[in-house]
Design a protein around this ligand. Structure first.
Ligand SMILES: NC(=O)c1ccc[n+]([C@@H]2O[C@H](COP(=O)([O-])OP(=O)(O)OC[C@H]3O[C@@H](n4cnc5c(N)ncnc54)[C@H](O)[C@@H]3O)[C@@H](O)[C@H]2O)c1
Length: 330
């Protein structure tokens, strides 16, 4: 089967492309490479075709969709600083991207449309573990931060009430904190790894005192990319049309424990120095994944294994580069 993956050279998109190729599909990866990298698709052979294009361009999207049976729509602008600096673009890519991919899917006879949404749409969930019925929120429309979640909420509405009503099968999956090597540096694991590498003088010191925001008691769950991609694939393949699925793990971990684990995997004992917690952060986030389990999903990679692999990958990357430059690259 021929399938389209928008955002196909991104962190999640590339892993999904690899899994889809592995399943025997012919995959068209579509991306403008603003944050995507061709290197992530290297080695996928004849099963992959890369098209450089922009989801805001309806003609380009339609041409890429031709002959595809399933559209996986992942292209989006990620990275917290962009939500503040370029909310206009976040919304434009989010909403035009959703409309253009849905229109193309409808006019090109696509059977199924799969949308990547996000756990960010819950902001501060009312219960943890959180299931898919949790209310989605935009607490303050004047805050550009919510361009990201707002674009995703709109994309979900378009998927459920436009794409589905006009004849597409639809599935929405909400990823919860996927991580792994080459994920981009704007995430907690690469960021903490960079600071430990810097503060330990390139891992020469065996112990460091690491200032953190707050006291580290906030929690998250982290899902290694191979599990995340497999979970997305299961949701998109086997999910019932019109349904929404969490993809993640239900292993809730305190940020303090995560930081210590990153240190341990690099051979550095980290003592946390609590600091001021910035306002507006989310204190707990962990998905209920019962619904995805019902389709046969079970996470396979432990936090220790996954964090170890990721921290070491980033430490090697930072040690081989100019850390100041690396800190600002995607
Ligand atoms: N990684 C996670 O844990 C996570 C969590 C929640 C939601 N998601 C969602 O999953 C999807 C993939 O996320 P990711 O982590 O791989 O991020 P990513 O930034 O690595 O991937 C997004 C891709 O979209 C591409 N893109 C951006 N604007 C584009 C445009 N105008 N036209 C074409 N391509 C464009 C980027 O170049 C990038 O390759 C996104 O929709 C994201 O919102 C991811």
């Amino acid at each position: 089967m021929k399938v389209l993956v928008t955002g196909g050279s991104g962190f999640v998109g590339a892993a999904l492309c690899a899994d889809l190729v592995q399943q025997g599909h012919h995959v068209v990866a579509f991306d403008n490479n603003s944050r995507g990298h061709a290197r992530r698709l290297a080695g996928l052979g004849d099963g992959i075709e890369f098209i450089q294009g922009d989801v805001r361009d309806a003609d380009q999207v339609r041409a890429a969709t031709r002959g595809c049976e399933v559209v996986w729509h992942l292209a989006y602008i990620n990275g917290t600083r962009f939500f503040y600096e370029r909310p206009d673009e976040v919304l434009e890519v989010g909403i035009k991207g959703a409309l253009n991919t849905i229109d193309a899917a409808l006019s090109e006879g696509v059977r199924r449309y799969v949308l990547a949404s996000t756990s960010e749409t819950y902001v501060e969930p009312s219960k943890v573990p959180t299931d898919e019925s949790e209310m989605l929120k935009i607490p303050d429309v004047t805050n550009p931060r919510f361009s990201y979640g707002g674009g995703k909420i709109t994309s979900e509405l378009l998927t459920l009430h436009l794409a589905a009503k006009r004849g597409l099968e639809t599935v929405i999956f909400r990823p919860h904190n996927f991580y792994g090597p080459d994920m981009g540096v704007e995430h907690v694991i690469p960021e903490i790894t960079r600071r430990i590498v810097e503060m330990s003088d390139g891992l020469k010191l065996r112990a460091v005192d690491l200032p953190i925001q707050g006291d580290g008691s906030d929690t998250r769950s982290f899902c290694f990319i191979s599990d995340g991609s497999r979970g997305a694939l299961i949701a998109g393949d086997r999910g019932a049309s019109g349904e929404i699925y969490h993809v993640g793990t239900d292993h809730e971990v305190k940020i303090a424990d995560l930081v210590r684990l990153i240190g341990e995997s690099l051979g550095v004992t980290v003592t946390l120095v609590p600091g001021v917690k910035p306002p507006g952060g989310t204190s707990r986030r962990c998905p209920d994944i019962t619904k995805l389990r019902g389709l046969g999903f079970e996470p396979g990679v432990s936090l220790e294994d996954g964090v170890g692999q990721t921290a070491k990958w980033y430490a090697d990357d930072f040690l081989g580069s100019n850390i100041a430059e690396v800190a600002h690259r995607d």
